[in-house]
Write a protein that binds this ligand. Structure first.
Ligand code: HEC
Length: 145
């Protein structure tokens, strides 16, 4: 009799342990969620992408873009992801980029509009070649062929 009671206890304990093990497993998986938080600079870049896509569509429709998006000036101050730094190369590229982007809106320029636009997009690409090559294929799609 004692042996039977003992075996039942052992079995209950064993099943109990197995149950609790099963319960904890899915919890572990739930904890693995996406921690990615885009930096201020990454958000600005996505904004610049969208704005330039609109400018491209305008140019293709034959409209002249008139207003330089002042938000773009944030490129000089926006906070970047931790592993990126605002070194000299970055600063000279951002200055050149802003000068070229402004030229798109210079209605007195003698350079054809499409060329001014493509020069700007090529500067996006040049800066990206120095430190952030991932988005280059996407940026290349902005070029007017
Ligand atoms: C002066 C250098 C420079 C210029 C010019 C530049 N970029 Fe960037 N870009 C960066 C850096 C650095 C990052 C990474 C930012 C971060 O992660 O903090 C980035 C990130 C991006 C991203 C990814 C954003 C994300 O969600 O992670 C896109 C898209 C992008 N840029 C598009 C553009 C476009 C379009 C232009 C031109 C209109 C442009 N960039 C001009 C340096 C530049």
């Amino acid at each position: 009799m004692r042996i039977i009671i003992l075996s039942i206890c052992v079995i209950i304990c064993f099943l109990g342990c197995k149950e609790s093990e099963k319960e904890t497993e899915p919890v572990k998986e739930d904890i693995v969620y996406d921690m990615y938080q885009p930096s201020e600079m990454a958000n600005l870049m996505n904004e610049m992408y969208a704005q330039n896509l609109k400018i491209k569509e305008d140019i293709l429709k034959g409209n002249v873009p008139l207003e330089f998006p002042l938000d773009f000036l944030k490129i000089h101050s926006a906070e970047m992801s931790e592993f990126k730094s605002r070194n000299e190369t970055f600063q000279s590229f951002s200055k050149l980029f802003i000068e070229n982007e402004k030229e798109i809106f210079n209605t007195e320029s003698l350079i054809p509009l499409e060329e001014r636009f493509n020069n700007t997009i090529n500067l996006c690409i040049s800066c990206h070649q120095t430190e952030c090559t991932g988005p280059i294929p996407r940026i290349q799609k902005l070029l007017i062929k």
